[in-house]
Design a protein around this ligand. Sequence first.
Ligand code: BG6
Length: 325
Amino acid sequence: LKEIHEQAAVSAELLHWLESAQTVTPILERIQKARHLYLVGCGTSYHACLAGAVYFGSIAGRPAVPVLAPQFIAQYAPALSPKDVGIFVSQSGETKDVLNAIEAARRSGMTIYGLVNVIGSTLTQISERWLPLVCGYEISVPATKTFTNQVIAFLYLALHMGNVPPSSLARLPELMEQTLEKVEPQISLLEQYFTESRDMYGLGYGSTYPIALEGALKLKEVTYIHCEGMLSTEFKHGPLSAVDEGYPIIFIAGPEDVPLIVSGVNEVTCRGARAIVIAEENRQIRSNATNMITLPPAGSLFLPVTSIIPLQLLSYRLSVARGYD
Ligand code: BG6
């Protein structure tokens, strides 16, 4: 809970650091010339890679391949070349799966960059260049503040690469603070619907797809409830058949995706599911969802950063409510 509440402060630290960093420009120049750009990580760090790929593609017009570290070896190692760049993402900088992927990358001669929290870790020692996450110690194994800073670092790089002035990022720390204040009381009202659940889904689309996966991981890791994250449009291709009375499904909706998410909501509520939608205030969502968790208005650019906060809090509250230390 302490680390969840530190997120706004460490995001300000990161933005401040990035503004004066000498390493950002050479990294961006190299990425721009790369044949392929791979974003590689495990667990939460991989979910940040997914969000980074959405930002690089949609803001900077730079396709990026997000990939889980062990699969990077199996799928891409034979195809890598010195023309490629990999950004290896890790809170600890010590995750063996990530270090193994770097070993394979090294043999190909590709450029290796790191995005890492622990300075002095193996990842900082074996990367050509690295960017720090500037989060301070993260004691909790389920990552929170390092995830949001990983996502913000990718957003910063994508905005620069897309020649979009990153000045709008200055309001992000305050927005994160407002999000915490706004969602905390809403989560306490809703947690009663989940305490007995054994199984649930988190669904997102576009930039909230990685958030659905990350929210599901947080829920599994600290509440021991099985929760599966999925692209919302995939839900009708099979999993929909598992839905019955009261089945909890959390949707995360961007302002541009409202019609799509509402149609997904209706598909599950007509089978009796409880559809909880995390979104900015919206009349259409409010009248179709079973419950809504309202975010402060922020626009689609910042949505991955704000929308993970209620899912982190929900994981924490449910864990306490279920009696886990
Ligand atoms: C796992 C943790 O073991 O490692 C996850 O349970 C974490 O929470 C993952 O995201 C990756 O860790 P790191 O340090 O490489 O970001």
